[in-house]
Design a protein around this ligand. Sequence first.
Ligand code: FES
Length: 640
Amino acid sequence: MPKLIIDDIAVEVADGSTVLEAAQSVDIPIPHFCWHPALGKAGACRVCAVKMLEGPVKGIQMSCMLPAQEGMVVSTTDPEAVAMRRNVIEWLMINHPHDCPVCDEGGECQLQDFTIAGGHGIRRYTGKKRTHVNQYIGPDIEHEMNRCIQCYRCVRFYQEYAGGCDFGVMGSAGRVYYGRFQDGRLESPFSGNLVDICPTGVFTDKRARFRARYWDYDMAPSICPHCSLGCNITPVARYRELLKIVARRNDPVNGWFICDRGRFANDEVNERQRPRSPEVDGRETTYDEALEALLLRVGEAEELYGPGSMAIVGSSRLALEAAALLPQLAQSSAAGALCYFTLQAEGDRTLAAYELLSAGKSASLNDVRESDCIVILDCDPLQDAPMMALALRQAWRSGAGVYLVGGGIELPCEFTRVATLDAVPLAEAKRSVIIYGTKGYNGVTTVASWLTGIAPNFTKGGLPGNLKLACLFPGPNSFAAALLSREHGAVSLEEALADGGIKGIIAVEADIPEQLLEGVRFVAVLDWRKTATVQAAQIVIPTTAWVEMDGTYINNEGRSQRFKKVMNPGVPVKGEGPPLHPPHIHRSVAPGGEARPAWQVVAGIIEGLGGERITEPLSGQWEYLRELDAESRGVMINDL
Ligand code: FES
């Protein structure tokens, strides 16, 4: 733990920290382009200069390359250091366009910030700027090479961190080029991180280019809903349109990055034709009328078919706030079944996988990154949860052994195929993780029987050694669905329908296979996606998408994380269809802006059925989550 002094402030940092990190730890900013916390140092840009006044090293040094050492006295404000940084910026700006006011990166550009902070304003160089030809690198990312300052962040991320090999650095000296060998879509499923990691605007998100300035954005901390890992994100919106999604740092979970599936996922939120207005029998109506019709039909179902003829169906994509109210809805409507899963096999598998985690230790993505032995069993991380694949690549880069039981999948690292779990040298590992999935039954049952074999009495927290488990569930809130399912004795819809007694269904953001709806007389759906279930329903009540409300997901390890409302619901101003701006009729809400969070609609139904008025969805055992900070690391739920 070396102690040093930076700008007259005493600092003590962990061994191995750099002077730049030491300065950051006491909020002293040092300009940097090539250094990135996740990528480490490259010493490429030379803009992090500081003056070493005392100690083992003297003179102007690059703070990102210099390990903090005992007795160092560092000045970031020394005139020599300031002049060095100013000169480097001016040198970088010789070829970089001086076009911030009209550049699409303007306002969120690290080069712009440090150029202004460094005082460079007047261009003295009178020669021509070097120019490059840009490439087509796919439908998602724009390439603008003239902005490049050769910091090597992109190629270090793409090749080293993510394992991509179709993008790299070519040329030499003053004509270094970052791109592909030829035009074509970037192949890495993590390519979108180039947009975040580039300190200038060489890579920008095509969907958001020239759509708004940084200070116009609607933004809030959020959680990605596209798999069960719960990666932290910041969605960016403007005029009711989700423009882009950027990664948000959460060290135990996704670190600094996200995958392309989560990043380039604007379309379904912006879809104009998604459920926007309540409908009864195909006719647009008001919320109140739709709610009234739903209550009427629930009453009719009871009269016609007797109590217990309704099923309440939730899903693994439903936020905790609504999912936790479903048991109350089932009680108020005298429902015959409460379901969080539609198919029996899916429900059984998810519950079995959840039970394993409840009885042991679940691994975070950071646990995977820091493990020394990883087993992949009956799952495909790149398909099921891409960031899990990126995490295990980092472990492999640090020397971990990666073992694939069986085969048939690709991984972004080298691995050893083994026939069974017993062939993996887990006993020699210090921090091992078994990753399994729920798509097939083998992973869950194999892990369960293997654990039973090696530790017959394993109980809560009692897995041998430091072995941890990571399950890849199907949805962002599968963990909560399994937990609620177990607590409330829920069954799958398939089981509930087996005896023919269920005649009506209220589906809350649930995708019900067509064959299960045969013989069901009445279907009401609360959803924001235009699913086949919505199309088959007699009553449709639109709910808000995840970016249009506050909510909570519990990720695959049992970590509760809060996501916040980013934008108001409503049809985006821009897009296909009749123009909506300027408004042609006066109204108090935006077109399609009446959608409500699912929990509020569920609460309305409960009240309409004679239940209590619910103003706060998280109560009882969930009450402690009410104050959960969306910018925290999340909290592990109690029973883990
Ligand atoms: Fe230190 Fe680039 S940040 S040389």
